[in-house]
Ligand binder design. Structure first.
Ligand code: AHR
Length: 497
């Protein structure tokens, strides 16, 4: 068996782990809002309908930023429908998901929820069916202090929303109001200019590609950024990895694709910056990512135009949790370029949190665990780890390294954390050299081994991280044993002298 070696050295600094990397996403889609975060009359809901059990799980998950209200939904959304007296709010067709939107939940409810969840809001404006004026109206309603019709309609303190997405997946032919890169680039630039006149403190995200496999990938980013670079702070990226075909080795190597995606978008953005003679480097908002059983056939008996039907309610396996852990490792490995990341979505819809319909409980899906542990322990400086060791073949991505890893050093607290995924089918011994950090004592090794088990309402803890012996560490050296395939977190603490 070939041994893998890794060196962890505080000199191999990538950047600070931005807390905004641990974002999530709440869309008016299926039961994410209605029956997820919001369910009036549920035993765990407060007087306004916000579910306390889902709020508690959101806090436990460690989510820092939540994108809202879509997604494809936002491209046909009239934000004004969701504010003002609930009884007067209109019911509307939602063309994105072919459902009926009641508008019982809107911006004000979301902001109350975000405050209770302790998360930063990330709002998307509709650049599908709407344009500059409506985006400005929404920003004025949300952030202007008062004394105008829109801001006075809000009442109370301004929301001070800092992060704004200029539309959603405008490169996708499925998007309502889909545009060419040039059409979208012009609209996004004009919207950005106007929004910054209202509130210069906002950070704006231009739409990048909705997948690396899109035929327009990279050309889209180049054209959009030619128009928008000087007005925006981020370019978005979206990626979903589909386990439906059962090709487990390829699924377990999904992070290879995400890694290339980030590298390609950064290179394209840098190319545009060079052409425009702009020294400022653009960050990436990876504001939709996850495992999604996308090609699983949809329910053929689903009745049309209903309210909050169960949609995209994937049951995640332990293998999916390993993949999610590896995607988080990849986001951290690019901490110098990725400034925001949102797992899609938060509740019920391809989500770490599930709820049973009709007043039932909420529980943690398998993918909840790597997210929660990474969000809890990835604090401080991200350190590059380049494993030397075996690789193996996959159908989708060719030869891939069997070990994926990143370390995070919290100098203040004297803590070091290694996140590692063994993507191969065989157990992997890993020799670790904590160079420059010799006085460390291992305190914990948690692992999730790949497998088909899922968590359900009846068996909510079928898959949880299991504890392995913390590796005895002597003069900064130790050996880890990583089961194949598995996700792992190993933590060290500075030894008291
Ligand atoms: O997250 C589900 C959908 O995936 C979103 O609405 C859309 O932006 C993406 O295609």
């Amino acid at each position: 068996m070939q041994t893998t070696t890794i060196v962890i050295d505080p000199a191999f600094r990538i950047g600070e782990a931005d807390r905004r990397l641990f974002g999530s996403f709440v869309e008016h889609l299926g039961r994410c809002v209605y029956g997820g975060v919001f369910e009036p009359g549920h035993p765990a809901a407060d007087a306004t309908g916000l579910r306390g059990d889902v709020l508690a799980l959101t806090r436990e998950l460690g989510v820092t930023v939540v994108r809202y209200p879509g997604g494809n939904f936002v491209s046909g959304y009239r934000w004004e429908d969701g504010v003002g007296p609930v009884a007067e709010r209109p019911r509307r067709l939602d063309l994105a998901w072919k459902t009926i939107e009641t508008n019982a939940f809107g911006l004000d409810e979301f902001m109350t929820w975000a405050r209770l969840a302790g998360v930063e809001p990330m709002m998307a404006v509709n650049l599908g069916t709407r344009g500059v004026q409506e985006a400005c109206d929404l920003l004025e309603y949300a952030n202007h202090p008062g004394g105008t019709a829109l801001s006075d309609r809000r009442g109370g303190d301004p929301y001070g929303i800092r992060l704004w997405c200029l539309g959603n997946e405008m490169d996708g032919p499925w998007q309502i109001g889909h545009k060419t890169a040039a059409e979208y680039g012009r609209l996004a630039a004009e919207t950005a200019r106007a929004m910054k006149l209202i509130d210069p403190s906002v950070s704006l995200v231009a739409c990048g590609s909705s997948g690396r496999g899109m035929p327009t990938f990279a050309a889209w980013e180049a054209t959009v950024l030619e128009h928008t670079y000087e007005h925006v702070d981020y370019i978005s990226a979206h990626a979903y990895y589909d386990p439906t075909d059962g090709d487990r080795p390829s699924l377990l190597a999904s992070a290879v694709d995400m890694d290339l995606f980030i590298t390609d978008v950064a290179a394209t953005a840098d190319h545009v910056a060079a052409r425009l003679r702009i020294p400022r480097r653009l960050k990436i908002a990876f504001d939709e990512w996850n495992v999604w059983y996308m090609s699983r056939p949809a329910d053929p008996d689903r009745p049309g135009w209903t309210t909050a039907p169960p949609l995209l309610e994937d049951d995640y396996t332990a293998t999916d949790a390993v993949v999610v852990g590896d995607l988080l490792i990849t986001l951290l490995r690019h901490a110098d370029r990725v400034g925001v990341a949102c797992q899609a979505q938060l509740a019920n819809v391809i989500a770490p949190i599930r709820t049973a319909p009709g007043g039932g409980p909420a529980w943690r899906q398998t993918i909840f665990h790597p997210f929660a542990l990474t969000a809890a322990h990835a604090r401080g400086t991200v350190l590059r780890v380049e494993p030397t060791g075996p690789s193996h073949d996959t159908r989708r991505y060719g030869e891939v390294p069997s070990l994926s890893a990143v370390a995070v050093h919290d100098e203040e607290r004297g803590e070091l954390t290694l996140f590692a995924v063994n993507r191969s089918d065989t157990d992997l011994p890993v020799d670790v050299d904590l160079r420059g950090l010799p006085a460390m004592r291992a305190v914990e090794h948690l692992t999730i081994a790949a497998g088909d088990a899922v968590n359900t309402a009846d068996s909510p803890e079928a898959v949880t991280p299991t504890s392995r012996p913390a590796p005895p560490t002597d003069a900064g050296r130790c050996t880890l044993h990583l089961p194949g395939p598995s996700w792992n977190v190993i933590r060290w603490s500075m030894e008291k002298m």
